[in-house]
Design a protein around this ligand. Structure first.
Ligand SMILES: [Zn+2]
Length: 166
């Protein structure tokens, strides 16, 4: 129908499917998701560096992609002043930006859409829905689950609501 408007907004399924594929390719068996294993796997595909930086508390992370004629390299920075579960989310979020191709997207209007996509990706990467369904049947406690997944209780609660487990 020609009166239908195109749909703009975050590519929720794309972001989540990408995280699922990464979990499976990096052979992550269960929670907690080893970000080191994820990064090691990505390093077989990309020239990727993950570094900590220390500049106050405002900036959580950053992604720098250098494109040359025959190569592309990426550096992910995370704030060393933030608590560990926050750093994990930041790194996962920046990996999302990288794999979703956001750094090549010069359209500033897409900013918030990109952030939503990167957050959905990070949430699925650190708290895979299939893992959570299994673990939630045994552990009904948000605090314990957050500890198991090495994520904040807030991140875990959002995921539980999103997957309609609570
Ligand atoms: Zn971001």
């Amino acid at each position: 129908m020609d009166n239908e408007l195109p749909v703009f907004g975050p590519r929720k399924k794309v972001a989540k499917d990408l995280a699922k594929k990464l979990i499976s390719n990096a052979k992550i068996p269960n929670a907690p998701v080893s970000l080191q294993s994820v990064i090691d796997y990505l390093k077989t595909l990309y020239t990727l560096d993950v570094k900590k930086f220390s500049i106050g508390k405002k900036v959580s992370g950053l992604l720098v992609v250098c494109k040359e004629i025959d190569s592309e390299s990426a550096t992910i920075g995370f704030n060393a002043n933030h608590p560990w579960c926050r750093r994990r989310f930041t790194i996962a979020h920046e990996i999302g930006h990288l794999l979703l191709g956001h750094c090549c997207n010069k359209n500033a209007e897409d900013g918030s859409v990109n952030e939503t996509e990167a957050n959905l990706f990070a949430s699925e990467l650190l708290i895979p829905t299939s893992f959570l369904k299994k673990d939630f049947s045994k552990i009904k406690n948000v605090q314990e689950l957050a500890k198991l997944y090495r994520v904040s209780e807030q991140a875990l609660s959002i995921k539980l609501m999103e997957t309609r487990l609570v």
